[in-house]
Design a protein around this ligand. Sequence first.
Ligand code: C5P
Length: 217
Amino acid sequence: SQPQLLAGKTITITAGPTREALDPVRFISNHSSGKMGFELAHAAVRLGATVNLISGPVTIAPPPGVNLINIETAVQLLEQALIFAPKSDAFIGCAAVADYRAAAVAEQKMKKQDNELTLTLVKNPDVIAAVANLTERRPYTVGFAAETQDVANYAKGKLVNKNLDMICANDVSQNGLGFNSDHNALTLFWHNQQKELTIDTKSALALSVMTELAKRL
Ligand code: C5P
């Protein structure tokens, strides 16, 4: 068993993709498996935390001992995040939130068009930025950044722009790492510090991330 570094702490984690309906049978989503977020939740439980796991549709089982909240859309994710974040010591945004949703969801199945179909999309809310900008009961806020180039610069940009306390960056252009894989490598950034976590299982990395977080709560 692990040292109970997070005993008495409540951690809320978002995980998986969101799913944005276009009509009753179609949606926009992405390839997020939810693995990293679920491993973070598992690690937090192992370190003694009370864990809320807000997840989009995934095919993996939740770790034992978490409070699982299922959502589909970014708007639903925001609603739940704003309920749980103010009751949490830390909030970790690991979900791959769809950046856009349909401006209007068709009530009936859309019919085939000739050649082209134009969809109007509107921007989804930035969930983690909303949490990080809470003025009362703001939790320690941790984001993730999946990048294919210039990882450090983009990650540090998001740390500042979204008003986060910490960001975990991974290079998703590296074969077999990140999306859908059991392995990952992360660089953790704070406003005045950084730490490299080299290639490992998502499970081991999750324990390292939660250990670093515990030091700062
Ligand atoms: O801007 P980008 O999507 O790269 O930022 C990634 C971070 O922001 C992740 O922590 C992700 O969970 C969070 N995010 C969010 N809501 C969005 C978009 C991203 O919480 N609409």
